[in-house]
Each structure stands twice: as structure tokens, then as C-alpha cells.
Design a protein around this ligand. Structure first.
Ligand SMILES: [Zn+2]
Length: 68
């Protein structure tokens, strides 16, 4: 039995076979694919964060601080 088992997975970005154990950019095949995916994720994250911020501001306006 081969102890150096390879885990080959397709890159989620381009579908190329990636050696999971050896690749620092896993699950992606390359830095390019990783950054491309991260870029799209960050755009989504920014969108979510800004909507949460708007909700928070709205709540603060409705619930003024108590003066102790
Ligand atoms: Zn790729």
C-alpha cells in the first residue's frame, strides 16, 4: 500500500485536477484561481456587511441610549 497517498480534487474555479496534499493553494490549482475566487467572495462579503451596518444604524435610531 502506498503511504504517500495523493488526494486529487478538481479545482473549484477551473476544474483542473489538484494534488490536495502538495498544493499550497488548495483547494484551488493555482494562486490565480484562489485570488479570483477570493475576489468574488470579498465582493459578496462587502455587500453583506454594508446591509448589516444599515440595519444596526436603524436599530440605534429606534432604541436611544438610556441615561443612567
Ligand atoms: Zn484552477
Amino acid at each position: 500500500m502506498d503511504k504517500h497517498e495523493r488526494i486529487i480534487r478538481p479545482c473549484p474555479k477551473c476544474g483542473k485536477d489538484v494534488d490536495f496534499a502538495q498544493n499550497p493553494f488548495r483547494p484551488f490549482c493555482s494562486k490565480r484561481c484562489k485570488m479570483a475566487d477570493l475576489g468574488s467572495w470579498l465582493k459578496e462579503e462587502y455587500y453583506i456587511s454594508s446591509s448589516i451596518f444599515e440595519i444596526e444604524l436603524e436599530q440605534r435610531e429606534r432604541q436611544p441610549e438610556k441615561n443612567g
